[in-house]
Design a protein around this ligand. Structure first.
Ligand code: UAG
Ligand code: ATP
Ligand code: API
Ligand code: MG
Length: 485
């Protein structure tokens, strides 16, 4: 492709060299550079891509997109200076792939919790309504029935636009994608044409990256600020910051709520282990998803489908049959009637919601045993809070490892223990090995008891020092259930 075509829409602040040249690919990692590629020098959290410019030219890069043109230059190379290389990458990745997001209806979902659930339900719903659909999510990406493994909640601009292009080639009319706050700040979604944006909620998470809650709110809001006039912006007004998201958007503002009047309303009539009974916009419907937090997710899905002009009855009929995303309030029952719940709750609010749901639907005397850890190299401030919430709403808590990543798992557990009050101490155990922790929970449980395995949901690995070892909460739980039967 000609460099000039790839540059469409990029604000260039300085240029050295020719723009009428063929480029073979776009690359932002020096280790992947080949002949005639455009290399993007991006300032990251660990290193500065500008340091790799000489090495990429050596390896064949013919165009460099950077924030400061180097003083020492190669005459054969074109240097393009921009204000933000990551933002330029987003726009150029779109151009390079033929602007696929403008050729389908792209809906972005953001918020601390519920993104995967909402995006997955929308994907399943629109498939069942007969459309060709794409999904970009934490668990997996989809192009109709084809599954493409996910590495991030929101992929980098090259992977993202290439996926979108494949969706367009497969004739998809819709794509539902999760938009993480990291993706907004790192410009992974720059240059995309969204037809709609959905906000679920915002609570404590990712303060390692955003530093303050205010910055975290701003990151989510920036997604709505960037939506075009032609799009819709659907927000949860029961969330304290729901309206903040829409303050500066040009998109058409729409709301949903359970507790106040909104464009889309629902009321929980009953919440049990069998599912949710809702009054949704005046219709009485049963859903398979469990937990009142899922009433919000279902309402967001319903509102989005209505804004995409789908038939109300068909939408509710299909939605009522659907199950949620893998590892979200998934449960198995042991031969002795112990209930095991696998849930991806990895924020204080999610842990609280899941445990409240369990409290609301338990029959009375059974114990709730929670197995919980916190991820390493992630927000440390949420660790004591997650432990405290787990203790406040469980009869026994086993503090264990999640993905320790590069941290010492024992230190993470000690951070969690700081949130355990003296009175709660006697109901907690700390077991570093997650498998041992699950095993212990199974041995402590009596028939009728409920075990919650929180934090890892669908994940099939445990990341320790950069190595992902096979680990699957559900697999371990089922194995233990069968061993004790
Ligand atoms: C904190 C974070 O988001 N990091 C992401 C970021 O990496 P980074 O900023 O640390 O990059 P860096 O290592 O400092 O390097 C800077 C630049 O130099 C380049 N480089 C680096 C080394 C080298 O030898 N040569 C070279 O060219 C890099 O390619 C990069 O362009 O950019 C990388 C490339 O796109 C991402 O893979 C990486 O995701 C890391 C692995 C990650 O774990 N991210 C998580 C936190 C994340 O993004 N999570 C959200 C979901 C959160 C949620 O809502 O729950 C997600 O969307 O998945
Ligand atoms: N609407 C909601 N409000 C509060 N908690 C929720 C909601 N939906 C789901 N949860 C809880 O959050 C967990 C994660 O849900 P989900 O995977 O849908 O969120 P996510 O936003 O995609 O998370 P991630 O940021 O990791 O991608 C669930 O397992 C559940 O415990
Ligand atoms: N997208 C989230 C996932 C957290 C999942 C949890 N299992 C952990 O490792 O902390 C993150 O990267 O922060
Ligand atoms: Mg997700």
């Amino acid at each position: 492709m000609q460099l000039q075509e790839v540059l469409y829409g990029v604000a260039i602040t300085n240029l050295v060299g020719v723009t009428s040249r063929e480029v073979s690919a776009l690359v932002f990692d020096s280790r992947l550079v080949a002949k005639d590629v455009v290399f993007f020098a991006i300032k990251g959290t660990l290193s500065d891509g500008h340091a790799f410019i000489p090495a990429t030219i050596e390896a064949g890069a013919s165009v460099i997109v950077c924030e400061v043109i180097p003083a020492v230059r190669d005459e054969q190379v074109t240097y393009i200076e921009v204000e933000n290389s990551a933002a330029a990458l987003g726009i150029m990745a779109s151009n390079f792939n033929g602007n696929p997001s403008a050729k389908l209806q792209l809906i972005g979902i953001t918020g601390t919790n519920g993104k995967t659930t909402i995006a997955t339900l929308l994907f399943k719903l629109f498939r069942e309504l007969g459309y060709k659909v794409g999904l970009i999510s934490t668990v997996e990406n989809h192009i109709n029935d084809q599954v493409i493994p996910a590495t991030h909640t929101t992929p980098n601009p090259l992977a993202l636009n290439s996926l979108l292009q494949d969706m367009v080639a497969a004739d998809c009319s819709y794509c539902f994608m999760e938009v993480s706050s990291h993706a907004v700040v790192q410009h992974r979604i720059e240059g995309l044409s969204f037809s709609g944006g959905v906000f679920s909620n915002i609570t404590h998470d990712h303060l390692d990256f955003h530093v303050t809650f205010d910055n975290y709110i701003k990151a989510k809001k920036a997604f709505f600020d960037g939506l075009p006039k032609s799009a819709f912006a659907l927000t949860n007004v029961d969330d304290k910051n729901g309206m903040v998201m829409l303050q500066n958007t040009k998109a058409s503002k729409k709301t949903y709520a359970l507790k106040q009047l909104a464009d889309f309303n629902a009321k929980v009539i009953e919440n049990s282990f069998n599912g949710l009974h809702l009054d949704i916009d005046g219709a009485d419907v049963f859903f398979k998803l469990v937990g009142s937090f899922n009433a919000y997710n279902l309402l967001a899905v319903y509102g989005t489908a209505m804004l995409l002009e789908q038939d109300q009855l068909s939408v509710l009929t299909v939605l009522s049959r659907l199950t949620g995303a893998e590892g979200r309030f998934e449960y198995v029952v042991s031969p002795q009637n112990i209930i095991g719940i696998i849930d991806y709750a990895h924020t204080p609010d999610a842990v609280q919601n899941v445990l409240n749901t369990i409290q609301n639907i338990r029959k009375g005397t059974e114990q709730v045993i929670t197995v919980i850890g916190c991820g390493g190299d992630r927000d440390k401030a949420k660790r004591p809070v997650m432990a405290q919430v787990a203790c406040d709403w469980s009869d026994k808590v086993i503090l264990t490892s999640d993905n320790p990543r590069t941290e010492n798992p024992q230190t993470i557990i000690e951070d969690m223990e700081k949130g355990v009050s003296p009175t709660n101490k006697r109901k907690t155990l700390s077991i570093v090995d997650r498998k041992e922790a699950i095993k212990t929970a199974c041995h402590l449980a009596k028939p009728g008891d409920i075990i919650l395995l929180a934090g890892k949901g669908h994940e099939k690995y445990q990341e320790i020092n950069g190595v992902r070892h096979h680990f699957d909460d559900k697999e371990v739980l089922v194995e233990q259930f069968n061993l004790i039967s």
